[in-house]
Design a protein around this ligand. Structure first.
Ligand SMILES: [Fe+2]
Ligand SMILES: [Fe+2]
Length: 360
């Protein structure tokens, strides 16, 4: 157990700023326990972007399929690894990693002002930021990663190995296959112009953040609970169950409802796994054979490439594609319920249709 130093008393903000610019907070604060002061239970208080960000991370941890305890353990391990780094290595280490297990979700510009009205969408670029400025909102929240959120997309994919292990795939097999896929994703996001939208936000002085895996965790948990409660026996019953969810019902009107990608509606579902909803992006196509060996009969996914679909079919796994943007809508809406409870006004854009589940 590490002994933490005592934080001195500061006379003013300037003194405090100066102190933290010269000292490393990990020597003073146990960041792995940072969630203890959860903001989720704050009521009737104007929030700034930092507080909304912390609420999003806490929300993601509460909805993590691995469980809060497991996420805490991972953060503690990261803190231990950090403490063993050399001074030079510490300088280039992004300290946000010590308290944020979802580095694909972060703040891109923060003026420090209080936030009363937010504009939220699935993909945000300079266009949406300009509209937000025109409409006088205080902050914009995107779902899909941008900026360093995109460069760290591969960082959240380790989650998938743990979720696969929960469904019976040996962790060594899941980790080894994920490792190959994680390095592929890391290379694929590498050439992007990551800071295009964050820089537009800086120029416009528009508060800007994105919430990816915390929202995807929420939809994964939502679907897992729904399946466990209703226990569908046939593949057709899974599709009917999903079609009862407002976001999927709405998507069906536009030809984008839940669809069967592999298998047959009349097949028995067998063990249903919610393995392709959260954790960055698609995993390894080689995993389906291992999942079939672990007893999985059907998977529910957000979206799936042709290569992955063929591999799942070969492994005799039924694949129900719930829908990409509609599933993202559920996750984001569940997160926005938390903001609505705090009295923050919400506007939507870029593929998001608001469905509130807040009891009125
Ligand atoms: Fe998503
Ligand atoms: Fe998405």
């Amino acid at each position: 157990m590490k002994n933490f130093k005592k934080i001195p008393k500061f006379k003013n903000e300037k003194q405090e700023k100066e102190f933290w610019s010269k000292n490393d907070s990990v020597d003073y604060i146990d960041w792995s326990k940072a969630r203890k002061n959860s903001l989720i239970n704050f009521k009737n208080k104007d929030m700034n972007l930092q507080e909304i960000y912390r609420l999003a991370i806490d929300f993601g941890i509460k909805n993590d399929l691995r469980g809060e305890k497991e996420v805490k353990k991972i953060l503690e391990r990261k803190n231990k690894q950090y403490s063993k780094l050399t001074k030079e290595e510490k300088e280039s280490f992004d300290k946000e990693k010590l308290s944020n297990p979802y580095m694909d979700s972060t703040i891109h510009f923060d003026s420090g002002n209080q936030i009363k009205k937010v504009m939220v969408g699935i993909d945000i670029d300079a266009g949406e930021l300009l509209i937000a400025k025109e409409l006088g909102v205080d902050a914009v929240i995107a779902h899909h990663p941008i900026g360093k959120g995109l460069s760290y997309l591969d960082d959240v994919m380790h989650l998938q190995a743990d979720v696969l292990a929960m469904y019976g795939v040996p962790i060594n097999v899941a980790e080894s296959l994920m490792k190959i896929r994680i390095s592929e994703v890391s290379r694929s996001v590498n050439p992007a112009n990551h800071f295009k939208s964050p820089m537009a936000a800086q120029n416009l002085k528009m508060n800007f953040m994105n919430v990816h895996t915390p929202a995807d965790n929420a939809v994964a948990t939502f679907l897992k609970n729904l399946i466990e409660k209703k226990k569908p026996e046939y593949v057709s019953e899974i599709i009917e169950l999903l079609e009862g969810v407002p976001e999927y019902k709405d998507a069906k009107k536009y030809g984008l409802g839940p669809t069967l990608f592999a298998g047959n509606k009349e097949n028995r579902a067998g063990k249903i796994a919610v393995t392709e909803i959260t954790g960055g992006t698609e995993g390894s196509p080689e995993i389906y054979e291992k999942m079939a060996n672990a007893g999985v009969g059907t998977i529910i996914a957000m979206h799936q490439s042709e290569k992955h679909r063929e591999a799942a079919e070969k492994a005799h796994i039924n694949v129900v594609i719930a829908g990409h943007i509609s599933s993202d809508n559920i996750g984001v809406n569940l997160f926005l319920d938390e903001l609505e409870k705090k009295g923050i006004k919400i506007m939507t854009c870029s593929g998001l249709t608001r469905v509130s589940r807040v009891k009125k």
